[in-house]
Each structure stands twice: as C-alpha cells, then as structure tokens.
Write a protein that binds this ligand. Structure first.
Ligand code: CP
Length: 328
C-alpha cells in the first residue's frame, strides 16, 4: 500500500489484510510486547489542519509502538498562519525527514491532491479530509465489528469478513467523512448498510452509495441491526443554520433512552444484542443519551483502543510497501 486515501481504494483482500495485520498488532497494544522495532529509523509526521483528539493521539501512539520517530505538526501556531502553502509545508517536513505524512485537512480531496502532486516521496495517510473521507476510522470500526462477530461465532477473527451483519448509520451524513468511508468499506466486507437521516442532512448523490436510505430511524431499528452507528451532529459545519432544530433532531433521530431500551431488548441479525457505536466526540443529549453513551454495549472506547492497532497496521503497510508481505 503506497498511500491510504479512501476506503474505495481497498478491495476485500486489501481490507482484510489491514484488519488481519491490526489483529497481530493488537498483541503489542495488549502489552504482551511493549514495542516492535518495525519502523525504527523512520519518521511519521502528523500534519493536522483541523482539531483532533483520537486520530492524532492514536497515530502518535501507533507510530511510537512501532519505534518510529514522530513529529506532531498543528497548523495553528505554524507558518501556515503566515500564508505558507501546503506544498512548501510538506516539502519542509520531508526535508526534516518525513517518511509518512498523516494529514487531516478541512478541504475535501486534500489528501488525494497531496498524494498525486509529486511534491514529496513520503506516503500519505488521509486522517480526515473535509466532509469527504476518514478511512482509518472506517477500518477501526470494521475491526471492532469483526471482533464481536468472531466472539459471537466462537471463531478466530483473522480472515473473517462482515457478511451477514446489518449496520444502521444514523444522523448527519451530509457533513460526515466517517459515513462515506464506512458505507463503502462495510459494503466491500459484505455487511448490509442502512442510512437513517433527516432529508436535510443527506448528501447529493447518496442514491449511488451501496446502502438503503430511510428517513425513519424507528423503522430501521425494527429491522434487527447488529450495530447502530450514531454520528456526531457537526454543528460547526452548518454555518449557524441547524435544521431540524436540536429538539426535533433528538426526538426523531437521536438514540434516546426509550430507543436505547428497545434496542437492548432486541436481537441483532447475527449478534445477540446490538452494539451502539460512535466515532466520537459524542454530543450527549443531542444524538445520544447518557444511558446509551455510558452503556457497556457502547463500543466508543473499544473503537478508540482498536484504532491504535489499526493505525499501526496502516503505517506498517505503507512504510513497507516495497516489501509487501513483510511480517510485523
Ligand atoms: N473520530 C475522530 O476522528 O475523532 P477525533 O476528531 O477526535 O480525531
């Protein structure tokens, strides 16, 4: 893998290769091995033009657990604020030794542009580009689902895809890079995806996505999903015009205490009890109630922990792309 820009670039074999490699990395995160020397002498730069807690810190932890040197670059407080271009910024970082650039950018398509620009030789990982894609989030979500599927079936997770699982993705699809990456990857891995959202928060062209779309969350929940992925309402991208209102949103599309109780009493298509997923950060009281946010069925923190293993796998595969098949 030269870069990771989009889940559309991953076929089933590629996606399983990342998940299986992440499974091997999980032993390091489980502290059976504290650190691997796999990326000793390599430098990973976290280049963040937008805020982040989980993605930036877990990429940092992932790179360090593989013994890479890590440089954290935040656009705030850098020469970007003096008008320095992306080209000059990344060339400066490569001159300092960057072998891989993990970039979060407010502009949709920025990671692709950087990878195709020829400005640098370093591998590029898309850590979220505008409202477009967040491929490592989708991979860690798929990894989390697969761990639960394997446990339910009493089989090893390695090699397993998500065939048979039904996932409902709920809420602000319009502004969500997580939704697009997830729909594509879940479909590639054989899961069935239902998107439930208000019409005002669906993107143009969603008919072409490999999923069913409904405006009625309660109908989607009645279909026996294995996981309900609640998305953050991205008020900061709405330019002050949040429609429907917060109250109406919660009543119709929030995981309220009542909906959560019904979900807990139901069975999934393959899992005994459905999972609640959230990429974080959560808007408690808006898209998710406290009971669901704090429930043991909520995998939000498990997703964060799995994110380190998945990002170790991605960095390992990208920085060893000339030696595909290299064991971690
Ligand atoms: N899920 C996610 O991308 O979270 P952060 O914005 O905290 O990185």
């Amino acid at each position: 893998m030269r870069h990771l820009l989009s889940t559309l670039d991953l076929d089933r074999i590629d996606a399983l290769s990342v998940l299986d490699t992440a499974g091997q990395m999980a032993a390091v995160n489980g502290r059976e091995v504290k650190k691997l020397p796999a990326l000793r002498g390599r430098t990973v730069v976290n280049l963040f033009f937008e805020d982040s807690t989980r993605t930036r810190i877990s990429f940092e932890a992932a790179a360090k657990r593989l013994s890479a040197d890590v440089i954290n670059f935040s656009a705030k407080g850098s020469s970007v604020s003096k008008g320095e271009s992306l080209k000059d910024t990344v060339q400066t970082l490569e001159a300092i030794g960057a072998d891989a650039i993990v970039m979060r950018h407010w502009s949709s398509g920025a990671a692709q542009q950087l990878a195709e620009s020829g400005w640098i030789k370093a591998g590029v990982v898309n850590a979220g580009d505008g409202t477009h894609e967040h491929p490592t989030q989708a991979l860690l979500d798929a990894y989390t689902l697969r761990e639960h599927l394997a446990k339910e079936r009493g089989v090893p997770a390695a090699g397993l895809d998500l065939t048979g699982m039904r996932v409902v993705i709920v809420g602000d699809i319009l502004h969500s890079r997580v939704a697009r990456s997830n729909v594509w990857l879940l479909d590639t891995l054989g899961a069935e995806v239902i998107v439930a959202a208000p019409p005002t928060l669906l993107p143009v062209g969603i008919e072409a996505w490999p999923c069913r779309v409904t405006y009625a969350l309660d109908e989607a929940l009645a279909e026996g999903p294995d996981a309900v992925m609640m998305l953050r309402v991205q008020v900061e991208r709405m330019g002050g015009a949040f429609f429907p209102s917060a109250g109406e949103y919660t009543r119709s599309w929030g995981l309220t205490a009542d909906r959560f109780a019904r979900l807990n009493a139901a069975s999934g298509r393959v899992l005994g009890t459905p999972l609640v997923m959230h990429p974080g950060p959560m808007n408690r009281g808006l898209e998710i109630c406290d009971a669901a946010a704090d429930s043991p069925r909520n995998t939000a923190l498990e997703q964060v922990a799995n994110g380190v293993s998945v990002r170790m796998a991605v960095l390992h595969l990208i920085l060893n792309h000339d030696a595909e098949g290299t064991q971690p």
